[in-house]
Design a protein around this ligand. Structure first.
Ligand code: C2O
Ligand code: CU
Ligand code: CU
Length: 533
């Protein structure tokens, strides 16, 4: 089996460029006022970084179905290499869904299934995961449930060059679940779940960080009647905003410190970056530091931090008189809106907010800042406020209802420690002292039951659980934090913190993963399985 061979490489210590990192002392290089704000190390671009606020924000295209029937919409997406002009005057090669980065936005509504045929025109296997989706296991994108390339030449050649490793790898389909055809795979999403900002991205075992960095990520906006009834700003007043950091080589290519540039044999990144890769160019929907012209009106902004390792603290400058009104998060609408002056987003987290730009005088230029870094990375994008549109929108006081999960309802309490540790003789990242193995089940949960999980983190670990969202009960001795309301699928764990979350398992039986969404940690073994029955 591919993963085990790959993992064996890991354990054998083929991490060439690794420098010693004291276990439990990760490198933390994004620092504001002397305190660390992300776990990771800055990768410095080799070209002059582009000027900010000179290019327009673009909105990813919406994916069109190839056909529809009574209860489903069918799509086809080619995963392909594309060139983009991310930095003016330079071509950057990307790995894309359908030719764009971010990939095309999938729009769905509750009650209709989405069926997507992913065709792999890339040189290496891929895995597609719908993050936040309540998805049967065959379509969840388990890290070894590959979509093999249409053209396997490069991949097979890599395997043959390492004949001693190739025995298992030449057996496609082994231990894979679901559609195992070469070249394409059909993913079926029932989407029997609340409206929410979901996103899809690559999830190939050991190499997710490199694949997402190259561009394999897109929005999936799921809607329902409850949300529709609120009359939220829509059309040009609804902006999905995918924020990522990236770094570029002198010729415009993306830089990424993979140990193994073939992305076949040895997982992970070189020693300096074992804590995470932080880019030094901020992209919003694929454009560096863009600007957007907005009317003086209420907008729905759907923020997604799709960075590999960088945390963000977003603030509008000058601040909107009405505040930043959070209406939803990872798992959809909150019960009631929450007014913030800033938002902290760990990798993979989403915040759905309303900002009323009518509160600004026409002509105001508003900068979206990131207070978790200084200098260029302290800025994200700009909004140029136009004339006031007199179509004011009033947010309802009640948005939704949320079934409150209580610790008393839990049938079991489990504890998981997220820490740096040895993987074989190398440094990596562990859950409960163990590196990821597809065969190792860390929890078996009964569908229909509630569990409490205690999660302890040695440094920043954005912990994500597949299949079901959860509620944050406690952080240390305190209650949930100011950004913890509603249903989450990713928790921003702070260094030295122990949090308690409640999960109600429901939906589908099978083997799913939970993992750190710092993608370098994930690739370096910070992932585990749970099984639902
Ligand atoms: Cu967005 Cu398992 O990940
Ligand atoms: Cu997920
Ligand atoms: Cu982590």
């Amino acid at each position: 089996m591919t993963p085990q061979i790959s993992r064996r490489g890991f354990i054998a210590g083929v991490f060439g460029g690794l420098v010693a990192v004291g276990v439990g002392v990760p490198i933390v290089m994004s620092v504001v006022d002397g305190s660390p704000t992300s776990t990771g190390n800055l990768l410095v671009s080799r070209l002059p970084r582009p000027r900010a606020f000179t290019r327009r924000l673009t909105i990813p295209p919406v994916l069109r179905p190839t056909r529809s029937d009574a209860d489903a919409d069918y799509y086809e997406v080619h995963q392909q290499i594309s060139q983009a002009e991310i930095i003016s005057g330079f071509k950057t090669e990307l790995w894309t869904y359908g030719g764009s980065f971010p990939g095309p936005t999938v729009e769905s509504s509750r009650g209709r299934r989405v069926v997507i045929d992913y065709v792999n025109d890339l040189p290496l296997p891929t895995v597609v995961h719908l993050h936040g989706g309540r998805t049967p296991v065959e379509s969840d994108g388990y890290p070894i449930d590959y979509v093999y390339p249409v053209d396997r030449t490069y991949y097979d050649q890599q395997l043959n060059d390492h004949a001693h490793m190739s025995s298992g790898q030449s057996m496609p389909g082994m231990s894979m679940v679901g559609d195992t055809r070469d070249g394409r795979r059909t993913y079926t999403y029932p989407l029997d779940q609340r409206a929410a900002t979901l996103w899809y991205h690559d999830h190939r075992m050991d190499f997710t960080g490199a694949s997402v960095w190259r561009g394999l990520a897109g929005f999936h906006l799921h809607r329902d009647d409850e949300e529709q009834a609120l009359g939220l700003p829509s059309g040009s007043r609804e902006l999905p905003l995918m924020i990522v950091d990236r770094s570029f080589d002198a010729n415009g290519a993306l830089l990424y410190p993979s140990i193994d540039p073939t992305l076949v044999h040895t997982p992970g990144v070189t020693g300096d970056y074992i804590a995470g890769v932080l880019g030094d160019v901020m992209l919003v929907n694929g454009t560096p530091w863009p600007f957007a012209e907005v009317a003086g009106a209420s907008y729905r902004l759907r923020f997604l931090n799709a960075s590999n390792a960088r945390r963000l603290s977003l603030r509008l400058d000058p601040p909107p008189p009405g505040g930043i009104i959070e209406i939803g998060t990872d798992g959809g609408l909150l019960e009631v809106p929450i007014k913030h002056d800033h938002l902290v987003l760990a990798p993979a987290q989403r915040f759905d907010v309303i900002v009323d730009f009518a509160g600004y005088a026409p002509g105001t230029v508003v900068t979206l800042r990131n207070d978790l870094d200084s200098g260029r990375m302290g800025e994200v994008m700009q909004f140029a406020v136009g004339d006031t549109a007199h179509d004011s929108f009033t947010l309802p006081e009640q948005l939704s209802t949320i079934e409150r999960l209580r610790a008393e309802d839990a049938v079991v309490t489990r504890s998981f420690q997220f820490r740096a540790g040895q993987v074989g003789d190398m440094n990596g990242w562990l859950i409960g002292g163990r590196p990821f193995s597809p065969d190792d089940i860390s929890a078996t949960a009964a569908l229909g039951s509630v569990e409490v999980w205690e999660l302890f983190a040695d440094s920043y670990h954005p912990v994500h659980i597949h299949l079901n969202p959860f509620q944050i009960l406690q952080r240390g001795a305190n209650g949930p934090g100011q950004f913890d309301a509603g249903w989450k699928d990713t928790i921003d764990l702070n260094p030295g913190e122990q949090a308690r979350i409640a999960i109600k398992f429901d939906g589908y039986p099978g083997k799913y993963v939970f993992h750190c969404h710092n993608l370098e940690h994930e690739d370096m073994a910070m992932m585990a399985n749970f099984e639902t029955r």
